[in-house]
Design a binder for this molecule. Structure first.
Ligand SMILES: Cc1cc2nc3c(=O)[nH]c(=O)nc-3n(C[C@H](O)[C@H](O)[C@H](O)COP(=O)(O)O)c2cc1C
Length: 240
């Protein structure tokens, strides 16, 4: 599992991009999504690259204590995020198995911050904005189904799913309304078209904007609860 962090501040809207990529196309899409998210003011983007190995498997030369700390740091990184954008190549109309296993690993990893007696009662991702992206070799290679496989998992985890929805001019191209996509050839070699890159940046910016609204709304709700802000039916008293 490798991870990179950019300009994280305590007050930032934190966007976490989690992806698996074998040939690099999904990595390219992730870069565009990150650029779009950073265009929203006050956003910090972090990236977790999912590897072939399970997250609980020790890295070469890694001791037990370091392995445990690495896993906990990963769970805490996920827990801190306001939004998680998840990407995988389309394999047989579904997400690739390393990505699915990553989420299963998160549910079963031993940790003080999660209840491990019922791993399917999983609240690590709950109430965060969630979105998906994928790529396939061919236009009808199953990319919409692959997006749905990711979105179904995000819904199951209690996330608030965000999609790009239908919009032009990409409607004349192969893009899905359910998430960012690219058609890449069998080994991701085709490179992103400008429309695909633009759609990916749009998804990043949209998720960052929605995550900011949600974060700010929660803050206002918390302050209202503490009686520090006016509520709807309260008369305005300028002397107060
Ligand atoms: C095991 C496997 C299964 C695949 N299944 C499909 C498929 O069903 N349809 C398709 O269009 N492409 C399929 N592909 C191609 C990849 O989805 C495509 O090349 C993708 O863009 C690669 O992403 P990456 O460069 O990030 O690894 C498959 C590739 C592999 C290795």
């Amino acid at each position: 599992m490798s991870s990179s962090t950019a300009t994280t501040t305590d007050d930032a809207v934190r966007i976490l991009i989690i992806y698996y990529s074998r040939f690099g196309a999904i990595g390219d899409l992730a870069g565009q999504i990150a650029a779009g998210a950073r265009a929203a003011p006050g956003t910090a983007v972090e990236i977790v690259v999912v590897e072939e190995r399970p997250i609980g498997e020790p890295l070469p030369g890694e001791g037990e204590e370091d392995r445990r700390r690495r896993q906990l740091a990963l769970l805490e990184q996920i827990g801190r995020a306001h939004a998680v954008i998840v990407g995988s190549p389309a394999y047989f109309g579904s997400m690739a198995s390393p990505l699915k296993r990553f989420f299963e690993d998160c549910a079963t990893t031993e940790s003080a911050i999660l209840d491990r007696t019922r791993p399917w009662h999983h609240y690590l991702f709950r109430d965060k904005i969630g979105a998906a992206f994928t790529s396939s070799a061919t236009p009808h290679g199953g990319n919409e189904q692959a997006l749905h496989s990711i979105l179904t998992m995000l819904m199951h985890l209690g996330m608030i799913v965000a999609t790009p929805g239908m919009r032009g001019p990409i409607l004349e191209h192969q893009a899905a309304p359910y998430g960012a996509t690219a058609i890449t050839g069998p080994q991701g070699q085709r490179g992103l078209s400008e429309e695909e890159a633009e759609e990916a940046r749009y998804l990043g910016q949209r998720v960052a904007t929605l995550a900011g609204w949600l974060r700010d709304g929660r803050r206002i709700a918390a302050e209202q609860k503490q009686g520090r802000l006016l509520t709807g039916g309260q008369p305005f008293d300028p002397s107060a």
